[in-house]
Design a protein around this ligand. Structure first.
Ligand code: GUN
Length: 297
């Protein structure tokens, strides 16, 4: 059997069309234009390409978008002052500081400095706490994108065995919290595996839905996957360059072998990646509506 491909590109395109329509109506009826600022410190090539893609998506949907490219030498104090400026700017509804930051800047301090109402990444501890108790305004973008992929592909999560590989604050921990909520598109039994897990394959083989965010290229092999499982690959590993000089990417799943065993699978690229950016747009639109009092908390 060959698995059905879950196309993040196609699902992201549909959602972006919906967001474009809603943004147009918000501008026309309420004279509100959602505003997003992305702050990049330094020149990490992966971060530069992510931020460029976020800005492009924002402009295409019709947002007011501002890109702040700051030098690697920027001090923590200067970054905190810049964030404060955007916290006070009424034209900006969402603030995104691209991670990772240079080593001399304390990431936690920076995430605390963003006004939780403008924290469209969902990384501020207040928003993390609200997510855990099922009261989130903004779900973190990659996990929210994974949930949308499952919902829009008709995958039943209610009562499903979900196994997550990886316990990062950006993916593993939040997707576990989201999928265990007693809500539609969730209500699953969730296991998180990590580098301390013994007999990893004994867990992954039980999964109806296997979500992999381990950061290890092609580390999930076919023998670790149950026949017919839904496999979501969050890995983005740069393994070389294409003949035309673009980054050659592969996931954390051995795609060619696993697609012969899984029921559904996401590709890399073109799976989770486009959804992350789309969820950032959804959160920014929501932030603008909340600020305008059009949507209540
Ligand atoms: N770096 C990798 N993923 C993300 C993300 O979702 N948000 C931010 N701000 N930085 C990241």
């Amino acid at each position: 059997m060959t698995a059905k491909l879950i196309s993040g590109v196609e699902i992201a395109r549909q959602i972006r069309e919906e967001l474009k329509g809603e943004t147009g109506r918000l501008k026309e009826k309420c004279k509100v234009t959602p505003g997003l600022v992305t702050i990049l410190v330094g020149q990490n090539p992966a971060s530069m390409s992510y931020v460029t893609a976020k800005q492009k998506a924002a402009r295409e949907i019709g947002f007011h978008s501002v890109q702040e490219n700051q030098p690697e030498t920027m001090t923590e104090y200067e970054l905190l002052a810049l964030i404060e400026r955007y916290n006070r700017d009424p034209k900006i509804h969402g603030i995104l500081v691209q991670l990772p930051l240079p080593r001399h800047i304390n990431e936690t301090k920076v995430l605390y400095a963003i006004d939780p109402k403008k924290d469209v990444d969902g990384f501020h501890p207040l928003n993390v706490g609200k997510m855990v108790i099922g009261e989130a305004d903004y779900l973190p973008c990659t996990p929210a994108g994974i949930q949308q992929l499952l919902i829009r592909s008709g995958v039943k999560t209610d009562g499903a065995e979900v196994v997550i590989v990886g316990r990062s604050n950006i993916v593993g921990k939040p997707i576990a919290n989201i999928l265990l909520q007693k809500k539609p598109g969730a209500n699953a039994t969730v296991t998180i595996c990590h580098t301390g897990t013994k007999e990893m394959a004994s867990h992954t083989r039980r999964a109806d839905i296997l979500i992999v965010a381990a950061g290890r290229p092609r580390s999930i092999t076919a023998d670790m996957v149950k026949e017919g499982a839904v496999v979501i690959d969050v890995g983005v590993n740069r393994i070389g360059k294409t003949p035309d000089g673009k980054a050659l990417l592969c996931g954390d799943v051995d795609f060619d072998a696993v697609k012969e065993k899984a029921g559904m699978i996401t590709p890399v690229p073109g799976g989770v990646g486009p959804m992350t950016i789309t969820m950032l747009m959804m959160n920014t639109l929501k932030a603008a509506k909340l600020a305008a009092g059009i949507e209540s908390r």
